[in-house]
Write a protein that binds this ligand. Structure first.
Ligand code: SF4
Length: 477
């Protein structure tokens, strides 16, 4: 019996952050819904910190937003400002101490912080923080940043502007004290961060879909290197660091961001459809139907179908209610062919030549299972078309991308990968094609996992093993 893939062959998501200042409104509830919209960015822990002007309250727990917070929890968190965080972590590092917002004493109160990204100089920062007499509890670089802020006197905005020059790497951060909410972004702008206007206040979020969810209107991005103090009346900006070469993660457009989010003024869904259109012009194939693997492969599949004239069809149904923390079926049920996530539509697939469009291949293992599943369901041919270039380098900026040894495209050419995954043919979108589909020059994006050209220096010692280090060792996201 075929083995049904439970996960897709993607890079793992990162984290999502949200903040709101809206006195007189239910800020914890607004944050809950903002985080709910950002759930795709991290499913392993969720947390909210609220300030009532005198105290900062923090609740965080392992699990999905909807399982961490209930009505009594939200009602107990009254205040005028809040921040929130959803987190993805590597297995083994998924422990409560690493859930965010992180909170540490600062002056007479607390500073809470939520971080999306990854620092590349965390070893040096760790030594600095320890020299300040701080004992680290978590394994995240978010705790290092919070510790640095907790030792800085003055306003939170001043503290952030003093700490930002010490940080290297990717960071989009929200931070909160009793009196201030400050958001800030690294000078390359690797991870997205946007500001929205709300009736009676302002919000800040990783993606615009979270603004839509809470009824906020997009105002602008937090600029690379900028720190903003958000109040009910407006946004006070300081350009803490001179912006350098902008390097927004191109994978946000390919896979991470929600398709209804707007990145760089463009709807992500349309970006993905255009990647499919260009892919069809670059790598056409004779086939009967175009199939998108739900959900992230769908827009590119629609674009491929549109350009090629081959009809689009759903051929795999996905159970949308299976999260990462879902109880796993165990070996016995697996052998019985329990289909948790994907179930093929045999009557659609049988005897057909399929173009199967997906957005990326990381290790190749689940891609092979997907091809097996489609062939066992009766597909006559499976032609894989990938709407991004081959991933050949690891990511050091907050994405849990495998070691180079584990990246199938770093170790095999396209023909060998096709044979390995059992596809009748395989083609990737070219780097030029990706940029054409984006309608933007390559210079504004990080594309390091395709090119090995890292926009922020990566220390020689930086490797995936550092990011999976146990408590007491090098920190990660
Ligand atoms: S290396 Fe790849 S995944 Fe990481 S930030 Fe750059 S484009 Fe994004």
């Amino acid at each position: 019996m075929q083995e049904i893939p439970e996960e897709r062959d993607h890079p793992e998501e990162e984290c999502g952050v949200f903040g709101v200042v809206a006195p007189g409104h239910e800020v914890a509830r607004i944050t809950f819904f903002g985080l709910h919209a950002l759930q795709h960015r991290g499913q392993e822990s969720a947390g909210i910190a609220v300030s009532d002007g005198q105290h900062v309250m923090v609740q965080r727990e392992l699990g999905l937003v909807s399982s961490v917070f209930d009505e009594p929890a939200l009602r107990s968190m009254e205040g005028g400002a809040a921040i929130g965080h959803v987190r993805y972590s590597t297995t083994g590092a998924n422990k409560w101490d690493n859930a965010q917002p992180v909170a540490l004493p600062r002056g007479d109160g607390l500073v809470a912080l939520g971080h999306n990204g990854n620092l590349t100089n965390s070893d040096a920062l760790r030594r600095k923080v320890e020299s300040l007499g701080h004992e680290l509890r978590a394994t995240t670089d978010s705790e290092l940043i919070t510790a640095l802020l907790s030792h800085e006197p003055g306003s939170l905005l001043d503290a952030v502007c003093n700490v930002m020059p010490l940080l290297q790497g990717a960071y989009s951060i929200v931070t909160l004290t009793e009196h201030e909410l400050v958001a800030f972004r690294d000078p390359n702008g690797v991870r997205p961060l946007v500001i929205g206007r709300l009736e009676g206040g302002y919000v800040v979020a990783s993606e615009t879909c979270a603004l839509d969810q809470v009824g906020a209107v997009l105002d602008r991005e937090v600029n690379p290197g900028e720190a903003v103090r958000i109040t009910a009346n407006g946004v006070e900006s300081r350009q803490a660091l001179r912006p350098v070469q902008r390097a927004l993660c191109v994978f946000e457009a390919i896979y991470f961001a929600r398709p209804d989010s707007i990145l760089d003024g463009q709807t992500v869904w349309e970006n993905r459809r255009d990647m499919g259109i260009v892919l069809a012009t670059e790598s056409p194939v004779d086939a009967d139907i175009v199939v998108g693997l739900p959900d992230s492969g769908t827009p590119a599949a629609i674009g491929f179908a549109q350009e090629s004239g081959i009809p689009y069809s759903e051929a795999v149904v996905r159970n949308r209610y299976v999260g990462r923390s879902f109880i796993q079926p165990g070996q016995e049920l697996r052998q019985l062919g329990v289909k948790l996530k994907f179930n093929p539509l045999k009557s659609i697939i049988e005897g057909k030549r399929l173009v199967v469009v997906d957005d990326s291949i990381v290790r190749g293992t689940t891609t092979r299972k997907t091809v097996d599943m489609l062939k066992e369901a009766g597909a006559a041919e499976v032609h894989l078309r990938i709407s991004s270039p081959p991933i050949t380098w690891p990511c050091f900026y907050g994405i849990d991308m495998a070691d180079r040894d584990d990246l199938i495209a770093a170790n095999m050419d396209v023909a060998a990968i096709a044979a390995h995954v059992g596809a009748d043919s395989l083609a990737y979108l070219s780097l030029d094609g990706l940029q054409r589909a984006m309608g933007r020059p390559a210079s504004g994006y990080c594309r390091a996992c395709f090119t090995g050209e890292y926009p922020i220096p990566v220390p020689d010692a930086a490797g995936k093993e550092r990011f999976e280090a146990p408590a007491g060792a090098a920190p990660s996201r």
